[in-house]
Design a protein around this ligand. Structure first.
Ligand code: NOJ
Length: 524
C-alpha cells in the first residue's frame, strides 16, 4: 500500500457554501468566508473540504442548476477568490474538492438557451428533446425527482425536454460526444487551477434509456410518505449499464492530474454502489456509501451493514462512510445527542474514508423552518412530507452571539435555537463537548495507520453493542459501541489494552455505560 494517500487515509469535510461563513454580510456564506475558516478545519483535524456548487447559477436548486461550468457565482466570490482559497488551503495541507453537476444544467445556461431556440440548433442535441405523445402529453411516464412529470413542454419548438429534477434543470444529453467533451474540458479547467477532485452529482442518472421506455410502477410506494417520483421504479432513468463508460471517462480526466479524486453520489442498493468502482477499478475512487444514512440505529443492523459492505467491495476498492449531507436529516436529529457521540466514534473508526457534514461536529440539529420561510423547491413541490432540505442546511454556528458569527447580516435561513451551547467557540472550551470528541477522534485517527488504513474485523455483536478491531501490523485498536440508552455488556471479552478514548468521563472498564463508545489500544 502506498505510504500516504490523502483521499484514502484522510477525512473529508463537506461545506455547504451558503451556510458556512458569510464574509460580506449579505446573509449568505461565501468563498472568502470559507477561506477565513481554514484554520478551524486544520485545528479540527480534517484533510479535505468538499464544497457544494459555487458556479454561476439562478439558484433555483441552490447551485445545483449551473449556468456556467467555468465560473463562480458572484454571491460566492469570483475565480480569483477561489484561487486564493486553493492556495491557502494547500499551504495548510488541506485539499479542496468541488462539486460537479453533469446530469443537468440550468435552463439559463447558454447551451440550453441555444438548444431551445430551434429544432435545428447546433445545440439541440445537447439536451434531451422528444415529440409529444400522440395525445399531446409528455413522451413517456418518467417522473421528476422533485415531483410531477420529468418532461416540460416548450411552446416555441413544440417538443418536450427532459428534466429529472426541476424544469429549470434540463438534463444534458450524455449520448452526444460534443457535450461529453465540453464537460470533460470543464473538469480540466478546475483541475488545472489546482482543484483536488470532484464529488459528482447524481452520477447514476447521466444515461437514460435510448428507447425512452416507461418506468414500471413501484409496488412498495407509500402514498403521502414517499416522494412522487417513487411511484415508479427508475429502471430506465438510473444506473444504466452505459453509465459505467461515462464514469470511467471522468476518472481518466481526473487521472490526467496527479493524486486527484473522483467521488460519485449514488443512492443505490449496496450491490450497485460497489459497481461504481468499475470492473478494473477504473470507475470512481470513492462511490459514496450512504448506507448509514437510512439505517435503523441498532447494533445488529449496523454491524450487518459493515459486514455486507466489506464483503461486497471489489478487490482493491477502498471503502467510505457518510453520516449525513445537505439532502438528508442531520445525524443528531436522527439518533439524538447521546448517540450522535457514538456515531462520531463509528464514523471515524470504520475502515474507509469518512465524510463529515459541516455542523455535525457541534451536534447541530435539523432546524424546523416555518412554511413561509421555506427555500427548498422540494419542500414547496411536495409540502408536509418531511422531504424539504432547509432544516439541515441552516447556518453554521461559530460564536454564541447574534448571527452566530456566521453573518453580520440577516441569515438566509434561520439559525434555530440552542446557539448558546451548540457553537464552535463554546464547545472548543469544553473538553466534554462533541466538538472536543471529534477533535480527539480525528487526532487519534491521523496518528494511527490502523485507524486510517488498517484492516477491520468484526469481533462481536449483541442486541445492544458492536465491537470491531482495526489493525495494521502491530498497531491495533478495538472499538466498542453501545447503541442503546441503557448499560450493556461488552459483546467481546474485555480488551486487555488501555482504553484510550471514551465518549464518557471517568475510568472505562467492565460493562458499557448507556450511550457509551470506547476505543482500546493494543492487544486483546
Ligand atoms: C443531488 C444533490 O445533492 C441535491 O442537493 C440536488 O438537489 C440534486 N442532486 C439535483 O442536482
Amino acid at each position: 500500500m502506498k505510504e500516504r494517500l490523502w483521499w484514502r487515509d484522510g477525512v473529508v469535510y463537506q461545506v455547504y457554501p451558503r451556510s458556512f461563513a458569510d464574509a460580506n454580510g449579505d446573509g449568505i456564506g461565501d468563498l472568502e468566508g470559507i477561506r477565513g475558516k481554514l484554520d478551524y478545519l486544520v485545528s479540527l483535524g480534517v484533510d479535505a473540504l468538499w464544497i457544494s456548487p459555487i458556479y454561476p447559477s439562478p439558484m433555483a436548486d441552490f447551485g445545483y442548476d449551473v449556468s456556467d461550468y467555468r465560473g463562480i457565482d458572484p454571491l460566492f466570490g469570483d475565480v480569483e477568490v477561489l484561487d486564493a482559497l486553493l492556495a491557502d488551503a494547500h499551504a495548510r495541507g488541506l485539499k479542496v474538492i468541488l462539486d460537479f453537476v453533469p446530469n443537468h444544467s440550468s435552463d439559463e445556461h447558454p447551451w440550453f438557451r441555444e438548444s431551445r431556440r430551434s429544432c435545428d440548433s447546433a445545440f439541440r442535441d445537447w439536451y434531451i428533446w422528444r415529440d409529444p405523445a400522440p395525445d399531446g402529453g409528455p413522451p413517456n411516464n418518467w417522473l421528476s425527482n422533485f415531483g410531477g412529470s420529468a418532461w416540460a413542454f416548450d411552446e416555441h419548438t413544440g417538443q418536450y425536454y427532459l428534466h429529472l429534477f426541476l424544469d429549470k434543470q434540463p438534463d444534458l444529453n450524455w449520448r452526444n460526444p460534443m457535450l461529453r467533451e465540453a464537460m470533460y474540458d470543464a473538469m480540466r479547467f478546475w483541475l488545472r487551477r489546482g482543484v483536488d477532485g470532484f464529488r459528482v452529482d447524481v452520477i447514476y442518472h447521466v444515461m437514460k434509456d435510448a428507447e425512452f421506455r416507461d418506468n414500471p410502477p413501484n409496488p412498495d410506494y407509500r402514498e403521502g410518505i414517499d416522494s412522487e417520483a417513487q411511484r415508479l421504479l427508475p429502471l430506465h432513468t438510473a444506473d444504466l449499464p452505459e453509465t459505467q463508460g461515462i464514469v470511467a471517462a471522468m476518472r481518466s480526466v481526473v487521472d490526467e492530474f496527479p493524486e486527484r479524486v473522483l467521488i460519485g453520489e449514488l443512492y443505490l442498493p449496496l450491490e450497485r454502489i460497489v459497481a461504481y468502482y468499475g470492473e478494473g477499478l477504473e470507475g470512481a475512487n470513492l462511490p459514496f456509501n450512504f448506507l448509514l444514512i437510512g439505517a435503523p440505529w441498532e447494533a445488529r443492523f449496523v454491524a450487518g451493514l459493515v459486514e455486507r459492505y466489506e464483503a461486497a467491495l471489489p478487490e482493491g476498492g477502498w471503502p467510505n462512510w457518510v453520516l449525513g449531507n445537505h439532502d438528508k436529516p442531520r445525524i443528531a436529529s436522527r439518533v439524538g445527542d447521546a448517540q450522535a457521540r457514538v456515531a462520531a466514534v463509528l464514523l471515524l473508526t470504520l475502515r474507509g474514508t469518512p465524510t463529515m457534514y459541516y455542523g455535525d461536529e457541534i451536534g447541530m440539529h435539523d432546524v424546523p423552518i416555518p412554511f413561509d420561510e421555506v427555500r427548498d423547491p422540494f419542500e414547496r413541490n411536495e409540502p408536509g412530507k418531511g422531504l424539504g432540505r432547509d432544516p439541515q442546511r441552516t447556518p453554521m454556528r461559530w460564536f454564541p452571539r447574534e448571527g452566530a458569527g456566521f453573518t453580520r447580516g440577516v441569515p438566509w435561513l434561520r439559525l434555530g435555537d440552542c446557539v448558546a451551547s451548540r457553537n464552535v467557540a463554546t464547545q472548543s472550551d469544553d473538553p466534554a463537548s462533541l466538538l472536543s470528541l471529534y477533535r480527539m477522534l480525528l487526532r487519534l485517527r491521523r496518528g494511527s495507520s490502523a485507524l486510517s488504513r488498517g484492516a477491520i474485523r468484526v469481533l462481536g455483536v449483541s442486541d445492544e453493542a458492536f465491537a470491531y478491531e482495526r489493525r495494521d501490523g502491530d498497531d491495533r485498536f478495538v472499538v466498542v459501541l453501545n447503541f442503546t440508552d441503557a448499560p450493556a455488556a461488552l459483546p467481546v471479552a474485555e480488551p486487555a489494552g488501555a482504553c484510550v478514548l471514551s465518549t464518557h468521563d471517568g475510568g472505562a472498564s467492565g460493562e458499557l455505560r448507556a450511550n457509551e463508545a470506547r476505543i482500546y489500544r493494543g492487544s486483546l
